[in-house]
Design a protein around this ligand. Sequence first.
Ligand SMILES: Cc1cc2nc3c(=O)[nH]c(=O)nc-3n(C[C@H](O)[C@H](O)[C@H](O)COP(=O)(O)OP(=O)(O)OC[C@H]3O[C@@H](n4cnc5c(N)ncnc54)[C@H](O)[C@@H]3O)c2cc1C
Length: 512
Amino acid sequence: MKTRYDYIIVGSGIAGLYSALLAKEQGSVLLITKGSIDDCNTKYAQGGIAAAIGKNDSPELHFRDTIAAGDGLCDEETVRILVDEATDRITELVNFGVPFDTLDGKIDLTIEAAHSVPRILHAGGDATGKHIEVTLSNQVRSSNIQVLEDCLATEILVEKGTVRGIKAFDCHLGSIEEFGCRYLILATGGAGQLFKFTTNSDVATGDGIALAFNAGAEIVDMEFFQFHPTALRLPGVTPFLISEAVRGEGGVLRNVDGYRFMPDYAPEGDLAPRDVVVRSIVYEMKKAGSDRVFIDITHLPSHITTTRFPQIYRFCLDHRLDITKDLVPVAPAAHYMMGGIRVNDRGETNIAGLFAAGEVACTGVHGANRLASNSMLEVVVFSKRIMEKTRKGTKLEAPIKNVGTHYSLSQRQVSKTVPAPSLSALQRLHWNKVGIIRNQECLTKAADTLATWQKSLPQPTDRHSYELNNLVLTGRLVTEAALLREESRGAHFRSDFPQSSPQWQCHVTFTK
Ligand SMILES: Cc1cc2nc3c(=O)[nH]c(=O)nc-3n(C[C@H](O)[C@H](O)[C@H](O)COP(=O)(O)OP(=O)(O)OC[C@H]3O[C@@H](n4cnc5c(N)ncnc54)[C@H](O)[C@@H]3O)c2cc1C
């Protein structure tokens, strides 16, 4: 084993960078990331980061909105921590240099779906994630944190129930190396690449889920995958996100006939919770036999649109759409993984020394449906708490206890006729059979196919094949959890069980 560090952090999105900057005050830090330091989902975040700092707002109101969105599955204690510690963490981001937008000398706030008041801080209009990523990565680059780019974590080393280090694949040399550490923080992000249409970047391949599961960690709530209602839908163009803040600023959804349909589906209209808007769009598309609806902000003064949403304006213009004059074609796309590695309110897993932060972790704050702009807040609040937990001199206590119902991946009939998986086949499978509207028949077919693929996958030899292996395992966890949950709740909708059931007000947890 090469050098031993106090901290090894895997991932360089907001969770990895922010954790590394705090950790360097407490010990030696190695940050490894599978691409370049700026490859992550974080830099695509548009809307912003939620915090109850407005005049008519309070942590209590933020708490209530978060709980309501989570549809009965939020962990109330961790939500309380999230909303109470938000202001201090925002101050810390400002101190790191994140340039939040201001209006008349005060931080400017916008509103997004299911927030009862404006509470979203943003930077560069709709470029919040980019500003956060650039600010933090510049700080990391100019610090004593050791950074290894193009280095993909492949295995967590555990001895007697305690983390000892990590194995990683050097994407240039094609070799495996081992690094030792006292604390390992997985900050590997989500798994949007499971689906044919996703707002996520290429790095979102569920690696952290697969690493943790294989090491014996608990994986929870995987059936809850949030689909964003409005990703640009143009042939051959990536499903670029059209932020919810566009509707927050007055944008409305129209069907192919130009009809404003959301008030027919929900009293909150265009600002109804994401899962409600997504399903309403699906119904409208189905009715019209179309693959898109439209978002309309042509009624806003054009200077407001272009200054508030410069990235969206520019991206659409590059594809010959002027959003100040034209309707923008949109459709839902996979966006955010609510489930993940089960952690407590200090980011600890059931393996001593193993922590998880960011989208890969499940702290319980999102429940069955994430409230918009709560994810980057979750990152900073709970990464900070990991650092408090691991501060020098703090004793590493026994890891969190197993609770609730535990499942292992079911044995399935493996078919010999299924061809070897490719990324596009896997993405089509999830989109068609494990997507926005699910049922037992589709889920069972997907589960059988994934089990067959898992058996047929060759030993990985490069970054792509490691990622494909990780996606197949993560996909199995999503699909099997979705099969088990025979009800509809939050982002998980079963057409064969369209109601929620009190019996399912519980979590589905997998262990190896
Ligand atoms: C288009 C878009 C818009 C969004 N808008 C908002 C918003 O407005 N507000 C909000 O709160 N949230 C938003 N989100 C969600 C939010 O951006 C993410 O949840 C958050 O940024 C995740 O941060 P992270 O650090 O956990 O993961 P990421 O930023 O995805 O970083 C993960 C890192 O881990 C690395 N990695 C992965 N696997 C490995 C491995 N095996 N070995 C080494 N490195 C690895 C990746 O390369 C990457 O650097 C948005 C997401 C998207 C996609």
